[in-house]
Design a protein around this ligand. Structure first.
Ligand SMILES: CC(C)(COP(=O)(O)OP(=O)(O)OC[C@H]1O[C@@H](n2cnc3c(N)ncnc32)[C@H](O)[C@@H]1OP(=O)(O)O)[C@@H](O)C(=O)NCCC(=O)NCCS
Length: 173
């Protein structure tokens, strides 16, 4: 019975890796990956809020351990595609894969499934910010159809510029 119950949360298998909804018990491992991988960190409350309020878009990849995660928040804001229109948007706040498991299709699967979750929540667009030096992430987002919409000077604490990239979920290419 326990296996059936846990299978319910699996959204996709990528080879031996389960892509599934994130749970409270995953938060310490997710924080550990975030701390080792990215300079942008979040409070425990933030992660708990994601499990409670954004379960469709807080996903983890797991074999025996958690090897990657994606966290997205549902927000409202100006459209990147329709002038002066306020729309519901899915914001990819953080995505990371442990170094030894990169380039296995896990990042792509996490983003694709989180975008599906945003569509379930009736989001019109997905968006994210990315460092202009992060060529591998920018390439991945472009493969998934995201477009660079603006450039934000000194966006990061260390002064680096960000691109804002968006994906239209109402009129997919
Ligand atoms: C960016 C990141 C999440 C990608 O995850 P991943 O699981 O390695 O990505 P995937 O294997 O799904 O790659 C899918 C596609 O993205 C592109 N891509 C991914 N890594 C790349 C790299 N190092 N160089 C060039 N293109 C790359 C390729 O087009 C790739 O397809 P391919 O392998 O068939 O050529 C991962 O590299 C990571 O955790 N980086 C550190 C954290 C980070 O920068 N997060 C993003 C912050 S905005």
């Amino acid at each position: 019975m326990e296996i059936e119950k846990s299978n319910y949360d699996i959204v996709e298998m990528v080879n031996e890796f389960k892509i599934r909804k994130g749970k409270f018990k995953d938060i310490p491992e997710v924080i550990e990956i975030n701390m080792k991988t990215l300079p942008e960190h979040y409070s425990d409350d933030f992660y708990e809020d994601m499990v409670k309020n954004s379960p469709e878009t807080f996903l983890v990849a797991e074999n025996n351990d958690i090897v990657g995660y994606i966290i997205c928040r549902i927000e409202h804001g100006f459209s990147s595609f329709k002038k002066l229109k306020i729309v519901k948007k899915g914001h990819i706040v953080s995505v990371a894969i442990k170094e030894k498991h990169r380039r296995k299709g896990i990042g792509k699967a996490l983003i694709n499934n989180a975008v599906q979750g945003m569509m379930m929540r009736n989001c019109a667009e997905a968006f994210l910010e990315v460092r202009i030096s992060n060529v591998m992430a920018i390439d991945l987002y472009k493969v998934l159809g995201f477009e660079i919409k603006s450039r934000m000077e000194r966006y990061y604490n260390d002064g680096e510029i960000a691109y804002s990239m968006s994906l239209n979920l109402e009129e997919p290419k």
